[in-house]
Design a protein around this ligand. Structure first.
Ligand SMILES: *Cc1c(COP(=O)(O)O)cnc(C)c1O
Length: 469
C-alpha cells in the first residue's frame, strides 16, 4: 500500500514538472502575426497570398501545440523552421493529386496507370476543344440539334465494317446499355467459363443484372458446348452473350463455342448475339488469336462492345457496333444520358480513329507493341549509363488491360540493387513527381523500358539514381 502511494505521489510530481515545461514551450511559440512579418515569410506572401500563408502558419502552429501536448515536441522550434514547414505545405497543396507517372512495369495498358497514352493528334484535339465551345450536339450544316457521336460513327463503321456504331463512357457502360436496351426483363445466356471478374471487383455478371436482364449460366467452367446453349433457350431468352475472358485463361481440357456457332443458333431461334470483346482490336496482331471487331462482326455477332483505351489506343470510352436496328434502340434508351461520352474524350476518340484510318503507327500503343528489340536494348542501355549503376537484361512485357494475356512481348529492363530496401525504394519512386512505378524481382528493382518513352528516360534516370544510392 505504502509503495503504491509513494509511486502515485511520484507520478503526480513528474506530471507537474512536465506541465510546467509544456507551459514554457507554449509560451515560447511565436505569434502567427509576428511570423508573417519575417523576411522568410514575406516572399511567401507575395507568391501564395497573405491569407493562404496565414492559414498555413496557423495549421503548423496547431500541429506544433498538439505535438507539445503529446510530448512529441520537447524543444521550442525556431521561427524560420515554422515558416519553412508552412512553405512546404503550401508547395504540396499546389501539387495536383492526379499527376504524371512513368510506367516502368512493362505492362502497356496498365489500368491503374490510366491505360493508353494518347497520340499527339488526340491530345491536340482535346486541347482545341476543351477551352471553348464546339458543335458537340449542333449540326453546323442545318443549324439544328445534332447527335453527339455523329462525327465518329462513319469512322467506326469504315474501320470495322459494322452497319452502325455508337460510343459511350467506357466498356462496362457499353455492356450495360446493350443489355439494358436489348434484354431488359429477358434472359441472357452466357457460359460459366466467361463470367469473369476483370479487376477492381468488376464482374461481368453483375453488370448484366444491373441492366435488368436475367443471367442464365450454362456449361462448366472449362467447357461449354453449343448443346448447353440450346438446352437453356426458353420463351424469355433474348440474347446469347459471348464475353472475352480478359486476363483469365482456361487451359488444358477446355472447349468453348464460337461466335459463328452461336450466331447460327441465334438466327434459327430469333435471338441476338452480343459479343463483349474487351480490348477492341481493329487490326489483327501477328501470331495472335485475338479476334478483331471486324472478325467478330463477320462471324455473325449482332452487337460487339469494347473499350476505347485498351488496344484501340484512345481515351476512356466504350464502343457499341453492329446492326442498325439494334443500335437504334440503344440510341433512344434513357440510360444513354447517364452513360454518354464527354466532349474531350470524344475529341480524342475521333482523332485516334482518324489515325487508325490514316497512319496507325502514330498511335503510342501500336508503336509500343511493335518496337524492334535493338531499339529497346539501346534505350535500356542509355538508361543504365545515365543511372550509372546496375545492368541491362532481357525481360518479358505484356499488353495488359485484359488484352492478349498469353502473348509476351520481348523487352529489356535495367536491373538495379536496392540498398535502401524494397519498400523504401518503391515508396520513394512512387512518391515523387512524376511517380515512377516499376517491378521488383529477387530483391532487385527492375525497370522495364517497353512503356517508357524516349522523352521520359532522363527523368526516369534521375529518379532511379536518387532511389538506389
Ligand atoms: C476491360 C473489359 C471490360 C470493361 O471495360 P472498361 O472500359 O474498363 O469499362 C469489359 N469486358 C472485357 C472483356 C474487358 O476486357
Amino acid at each position: 500500500m505504502v509503495g503504491r502511494e509513494y509511486s502515485s505521489h511520484f507520478a503526480v510530481g513528474i506530471a507537474a514538472m512536465l506541465s510546467q515545461e509544456r507551459k514554457g514551450l507554449y509560451r515560447s511559440l511565436p505569434q502567427v502575426q509576428r511570423l508573417l512579418e519575417t523576411d522568410r515569410a514575406r516572399p511567401l506572401c507575395a507568391e501564395f497570398g497573405r491569407p493562404a500563408v496565414t492559414d498555413a502558419l496557423r495549421s503548423v502552429m496547431k500541429d506544433t501545440r498538439d505535438g507539445i501536448a503529446e510530448g512529441a515536441v520537447s524543444s521550442a522550434p525556431a521561427p524560420h523552421a515554422l515558416v519553412d514547414e508552412a512553405a512546404a505545405r503550401l508547395v504540396k497543396r499546389r501539387q495536383r493529386g492526379l499527376r504524371r507517372a512513368i510506367n516502368a512495369t512493362g505492362i502497356v495498358l496498365h489500368t491503374n496507370l490510366g491505360r493508353a497514352p494518347l497520340a499527339e493528334e488526340a491530345i491536340a484535339a482535346v486541347v482545341d476543344i476543351a477551352g471553348g465551345y464546339c458543335n458537340l450536339e449542333f449540326d453546323v450544316a442545318s443549324g439544328t440539334r445534332g447527335s453527339r457521336t455523329q462525327s465518329i460513327e462513319p469512322l467506326l463503321t469504315g474501320l470495322t465494317g459494322a452497319d452502325s456504331a455508337m460510343a459511350v463512357n467506357n466498356g462496362a457502360a457499353a455492356i450495360l446499355l446493350a443489355l439494358s436496351g436489348l434484354a431488359a426483363d429477358a434472359e441472357v445466356i452466357v457460359s460459366r467459363g466467361e463470367l469473369v471478374e476483370i479487376g477492381g471487383g468488376f464482374r461481368v455478371g453483375d453488370i448484366i443484372q444491373q441492366g435488368g436482364a436475367r443471367l442464365v449460366e450454362v456449361g462448366a467452367t472449362n467447357k461449354t458446348r453449343l448443346a448447353d446453349y440450346v438446352r437453356a433457350i426458353g420463351p424469355a431468352t433474348r440474347v446469347l452473350l459471348k464475353v472475352h475472358q480478359s486476363n483469365f485463361r482456361t487451359i488444358g481440357f477446355t472447349g468453348h463455342t464460337s461466335i459463328a456457332e452461336l450466331s447460327s443458333l441465334a438466327r434459327e431461334r430469333g435471338l441476338l448475339v452480343v459479343a463483349d470483346l474487351g480490348s477492341g482490336l481493329l487490326r489483327s496482331v501477328a501470331g495472335s488469336a485475338e479476334p478483331t471487331i471486324r472478325q467478330a462482326l463477320a462471324e455473325g455477332a449482332d452487337i460487339v462492345t469494347c473499350s476505347g483505351d485498351k488496344l484501340l489506343g484512345g481515351p476512356q470510352a466504350g464502343l457499341i457496333l453492329g446492326q442498325s436496328a439494334a443500335i437504334d434502340i440503344l440510341r433512344k434508351h434513357p440510360l444513354l444520358r447517364a452513360l454518354r461520352l464527354d466532349k474531350m474524350s470524344l475529341a480524342a476518340l475521333e482523332a485516334t480513329l482518324m489515325l487508325h484510318r490514316d497512319s496507325p503507327e502514330r498511335i503510342p500503343v501500336m508503336r509500343m507493341m511493335s518496337q524492334p528489340e535493338e531499339l529497346l536494348r539501346r534505350r535500356a542501355q542509355r538508361l543504365c549509363e545515365l543511372v550509372g549503376d546496375g545492368f541491362v537484361e532481357r525481360s518479358e512485357a505484356f499488353a495488359g488491360g485484359g488484352s492478349l494475356p498469353e502473348e509476351r512481348i520481348a523487352s529489356f529492363s535495367l536491373s538495379l540493387p536496392t540498398p535502401k530496401g524494397l519498400e523504401a525504394t518503391a515508396g520513394l519512386l512512387r512518391g515523387g513527381s512524376p511517380a515512377v512505378v516499376c517491378r521488383f524481382k529477387d530483391g532487385r528493382l527492375v525497370a522495364d523500358i517497353l512503356a517508357v518513352s524516349d522523352e521520359e528516360i532522363a527523368d526516369l534516370a534521375d529518379r532511379l539514381r536518387a532511389a538506389v544510392t
